[in-house]
Design a protein around this ligand. Structure first.
Ligand SMILES: [Zn+2]
Length: 524
């Protein structure tokens, strides 16, 4: 996630959720779209309040090849493990005619293999749209687990649920879970306290819109709330097969690759999408136009409101430079497409695998959120990290990648200036000696979290680069990518790899910046 405003202006508190507004009112004239179905919006039915019913009819052929979600030269990545979790999600999206409320009705089928050496007694699932950062309400279940009816047990209020297993799932054994889910959402998501799920300017922004398996840490499901201000999800890489039915006059941007599309008699469209190995997916639906740039075998695709066409071009150009810079610096992006979606007010931007939301189009600050979120494709998307407990690994890296962008764009003066700005911000804090390696909730507030994890985190990457030298720093990033692509890194492993690269002891550097803190040297 990119910070929305300058550090000194970050708003600290969450506002109370506004009451959902009623349906009805005048029909909004749809905006013109390019290259999309032109049917007028159909009347969307009021979502049912009937009990949800589990079914195993979702995607019976759950072994659908995912190969189209990868560039041909990376097709073999699918063979890295036979045990990728597979999500098959069949959803129907409806918006009210004024595009102020939306519902998502879905069936999820999840095939999960126990990776532990010990049996699992339950399966737990996160319902992230119920988190306060999401302007939504979600319910899910009951479930069928290997064909047996299971009533979920709520956890953490309604943020997660547990599916108790009739008999423990043995190490290496696979379970087939099917459950329905329902989400209601509204807007706006911008304003003083942005939210990551909801409607903005007629665009439905829908990340992590399905029950998500958390990670297993030390043999237990990582089910914990996300402190305000930081990212929320932690999940392992999986394969996704999505069928999305949505109003036919709106553009649909989705993580992954569209493999099939049909228009339905009721004016809706059904889009079938598959992904390569990704740790989450998101979609956006709205009156969006598109523009693309092809970089080698990868298509960068902008989705934007017509009034933001000029900004979208600026976004695409910056994304291309950053894409090429990080391909060289870190490693290849293995998917055929990256979507950059206009989402006014969605922080500076928010990252999801294969799709980023940019909240600043039409304003003066388009480049930095864009290149920050593009960098998250490597730092969080491909190289995972614990976003709750070691967020510096992706946020420090993505912020420093803004400096790398300016260097790659031939704007070394701006790169130097940005580092000076970051140092000045850090010096503005009464105690700049705090370490960067704390969890989101361990800093005093959102401002302090942003200052140490983003700002000081970026300065740490710069300090590491100075310590290693530029060539060894790049060599380290390559090794880091090769070691942790599709996996989840941690700070200790990061340090070990850096030390392996230089053949040196970096204990004092990491203690000073990451683990213990202290007075960092004054830099030019
Ligand atoms: Zn970020």
């Amino acid at each position: 996630m990119a910070r929305r405003v300058a550090i000194g202006l970050i708003v600290l508190s969450l506002c109370a959720c506004q009451v959902l507004q009623g349906l009805g009112g005048a029909r909004r004239t749809p905006r013109a779209t390019i290259g999309l179905p032109t049917a007028l919006p159909s009347a969307t039915p009021r979502p049912t309040r009937l009990p949800l019913e589990p079914t195993l009819t979702v995607q019976p052929d759950i072994d659908t090849p995912q190969v189209r979600g990868l560039r041909p030269e990376y097709a073999a990545d699918l063979l890295l493990t036979r045990d990728w979790t597979r999500y098959s999600l069949d959803i129907r999206v409806a918006l009210d005619p004024r595009m102020e409320q939306a519902t998502i009705d879905g069936q999820a089928r999840i095939r999960f293999t126990n990776p532990l050496a010990t049996p699992l007694r339950d399966i737990e699932l996160m319902l992230w749209p119920n988190d306060p950062q999401y302007r939504a309400e979600m319910r899910a279940g009951p479930a069928l687990v290997d064909g047996t009816f299971v009533d979920p047990v709520p956890l953490l209020g309604d943020l997660a649920l547990s599916l108790p297993l009739a008999k423990p799932l043995a190490p290496g054994a696979t379970v087939d879970i099917s459950l329905p889910f329902h989400i209601e959402t509204s807007g706006p998501i911008g304003g003083e306290v942005p939210q990551r799920f909801g409607i903005t300017e007629g665009i439905l922004v829908a990340p992590t819109f399905y029950p998500l398996l958390p990670r297993l840490i030390d043999g237990a499901w990582q089910v914990e709330p996300a402190p305000p201000g930081g990212d929320t999800t932690n999940s392992e890489t999986a394969l996704y097969d999505l069928a999305i039915r949505a109003p036919g006059d709106l553009a649909l941007a989705v993580s992954g690759i569209e493999v099939d599309r049909s228009e339905n008699p009721d004016g809706t469209q059904t889009v079938h999408v598959v992904t390569g190995p990704m740790r989450d997916v998101a979609f956006a639906l709205g009156p969006l136009e598109t523009a693309t740039v092809q970089v080698a075998q990868v298509e960068l695709r902008a989705w934007y409101l017509p009034e933001h066409a000029e900004s979208a071009q600026e976004m695409l150009e910056a994304a291309q430079v950053q894409y090429e810079a990080l391909t060289d610096r870190v490693g290849p992006y293995p998917y055929p497409q990256l979507d950059l979606v206009d989402a006014p007010g969605a922080f500076g931007g928010i990252e999801y695998p294969g799709l980023v939301f940019i909240g600043t189009l039409g304003g003066t600050n388009v480049i930095e959120p864009t290149v920050h979120e593009v960098a998250h494709q490597w730092f969080y998307g491909l190289i995972g990290d614990d976003q709750l407990h070691e967020p510096w690994l992706d946020e420090g890296a993505a912020t420093y990648a803004e400096v790398l962008y300016y260097e790659a764009a031939g704007r070394s003066g701006r790169a130097t200036g940005m580092l000076s700005d970051l140092r000045a911000w850090l010096r503005s804090h009464p105690d700049p000696t705090l370490p960067i390696g704390l969890g989101v909730g361990e800093y005093a507030d959102e401002r302090e979290y942003a200052l140490f994890v983003y700002v000081k985190g970026a300065l740490f990457f710069d300090a590491l680069r100075r310590e290693l030298g530029d060539a060894a720093f790049t060599e380290f990033l390559h090794l880091y990518y090769q070691t942790f692509r599709y996996r989840v890194a941690d700070g200790a492993a990061f340090q070990n790899l850096a030390q392996d690269t230089c053949g040196c002891d970096l204990t004092s550097l990491f203690d000073l910046w990451v683990w213990q803190g202290g007075q960092i040297p004054t830099l030019p």
